[in-house]
Write a protein that binds this ligand. Structure first.
Ligand SMILES: NC(=O)c1ccc[n+]([C@@H]2O[C@H](COP(=O)([O-])OP(=O)(O)OC[C@H]3O[C@@H](n4cnc5c(N)ncnc54)[C@H](O)[C@@H]3O)[C@@H](O)[C@H]2O)c1
Length: 321
């Protein structure tokens, strides 16, 4: 099976590539390396079944041309669209960041898929599409949806344009609504941020917000397992699933304490004010994964265990630099 991954040099993309290669897929991927790194592809770059090219997916002409060439050599059976802006605050400061890297990359992916008659799409969506529903258990069919970040808005718009493409040419689509995903190689996120801060000032960790934000966390290995499970078992033309831990999550305070214990025991933690880390941050959400459970998949790690595992992995990643 020839699988194409956008954003392949990012955190989720490189883990996905590694897993699909192990499962016998031929994998190709593009990334413009704006956030991902070539180093992330070290485990797969020498695999003869893997191809990488640096391409900006927001530039339709170069994207189309590069994908046509790839498709001629190895016809692509499915596209896993993982590329997006992953810096939510950057997208709040400049609305064009998410327009470009989150929405236009999706629109252009659909354009090239239509052009090449590739009919299967898997898409990385997010809990951010739901907006701030004040901790209500989020089921997939809840609405109306009012995202509170440009990132969430452009992901919701991406889901909408994908839905329209299902009507016109896509044969099978999988929309995965991720929670917060953690693990290595970490490219962004609160855990990495805390490790960086403690490496700079080992005696004190400054935390954005009052630490009470509470969210579910899923380890990247489990996320990938769930995505592949959905891909192999869901049978609708348009399949959409929350993927997450089966609990109400852990607080930012808990995460900060775990990082301090591993990276700089004894450091004090200073909290900011208010329950938001930044504009567009959803302070508390809780995911229903009932639909996914009915399909037959559930996570083995809770949010707390996933955080503990990821802290050890991220601390080791940063120590080895
Ligand atoms: N990690 C999470 O917690 C999380 C949560 C919800 C949703 N998601 C979604 O999962 C996907 C993967 O996220 P991630 O954590 O791996 O982020 P990431 O930043 O590590 O990976 C995204 C990759 O996309 C690439 N990219 C961005 N714009 C591009 C462009 N114009 N052209 C080519 N490449 C481009 C980046 O260089 C990066 O390598 C994203 O769509 C993200 O929105 C992630």
């Amino acid at each position: 099976m020839n699988t194409f991954i956008t954003g392949v040099a990012g955190f989720v993309g490189c883990n996905l590539a590694e897993t699909l290669l192990k499962r016998g897929h031929r994998v190709a991927g593009f990334d413009n390396l704006c956030r991902g790194r070539l180093l992330n592809l070290d485990p797969v770059i020498d695999n003869p079944n893997f191809t990488f090219k640096k391409v900006d997916l927001a530039d339709l002409d170069s994207y189309r041309e590069a994908l046509i060439r790839l498709h001629e050599r190895h016809p692509i059976s499915s596209i896993w669209h993982m590329a997006a802006n992953s810096d939510i605050p950057a997208g709040v400061t400049d609305v064009r960041v998410d327009l470009r890297d989150t929405f236009m990359t999706t629109l252009n992916t659909l354009e090239v898929m239509k052009h090449l008659n590739i009919q299967t799409l898997a898409f990385a969506s997010t809990s951010a599409i739901y907006g701030d529903l004040q901790g209500i258990k989020l089921i997939e069919d809840i609405g109306p949806l009012f995202p509170i970040s440009n990132y969430g808005a452009m992901k919701l718009a991406s889901e909408a344009i994908i839905s329209a493409a299902v009507e016109s040419f896509l044969e099978r689509t999988y929309i995965f609504r991720f929670p917060n995903v953690i693990g290595t190689p970490a490219t962004h996120g609160a855990l990495l941020d805390f490790v960086h801060k403690l490496n700079k000032t080992p005696n004190n960790l400054m935390v954005l917000g009052d630490g009470s934000q509470q969210k579910p966390y899923l380890h990247v290995d489990e996320l990938i397992d769930a995505m592949i499970y959905i891909y192999e078992h869901a049978t609708e033309r348009l399949n959409y699933f929350n993927i997450g831990a089966d609990d109400d999550g852990v607080t930012v305070k808990f995460m900060a304490e775990q990082v301090v214990a591993i990276v700089s025991p004894g450091a004090t933690i200073t909290y900011g004010e208010g329950n938001k880390g930044w504009v567009g941050d959803v302070p508390r959400f809780s995911y229903s994964i009932e639909k996914l459970r009915r399909l037959g998949w559930k996570p083995t790690l809770g949010s707390a265990e996933a955080v503990r595992l990821a802290v050890r992995q991220i601390a080791a990643q940063e120590a080895s630099k």
